[in-house]
Design a protein around this ligand. Sequence first.
Ligand SMILES: [Zn+2]
Length: 200
Amino acid sequence: MSVEWNAHRFSGGALALAAANTVVHRADALKRFDRFDDPNELSRFAAAAAGHCAEEFAGRSIVVSDPPAERMAIVNLREAIDRLFRPVAAGSTAGSDALADLLEASAGAIRASAIDVSAEGATGGAVAGPVPLAAAMAISALTLLRVETLTRIKICPNCGWLFVDRSRNASRLWCDMAVCGNRAKARRHYGKARGREAEA
Ligand SMILES: [Zn+2]
């Protein structure tokens, strides 16, 4: 069954994190599954990302020209992104290996892409033409490597997704209030109702 790549799936707020979030239930070995196991989803994800991450890439199209051939490199880069940003978001430190792995995977993706890296060309602007997904993920990840952004990367307590909290006072708790926030609210409500029943 193909995935609906809707706004919720891009609630990470950066293409790099939306990509990391394509592994569902990452921390649960029994429930974990990878939406990129199906190479067809790579192109569908890329096409949706062009719309949902239009601000990051100035509306340029994002493409995967040969999904089966590119899958491994995309997955490696995605895992390097998660290995670096997840511990940082959890308030611990990521080892230098995690940064080196991300830089290496990013270098490969950018080298293979032949994108223009002038001020306007890197992420959009004057230079037209599609950006390969791996290069777009790499550029997105590199732009997160600033103290003021790193300190705003969080892990949703409901689903484990990574997201950038861009709220004014950095008080966002959920990846997506409309989905995870409401689920948690419903659970609390259900818990209270059960508590009342037990007391009665
Ligand atoms: Zn969530």
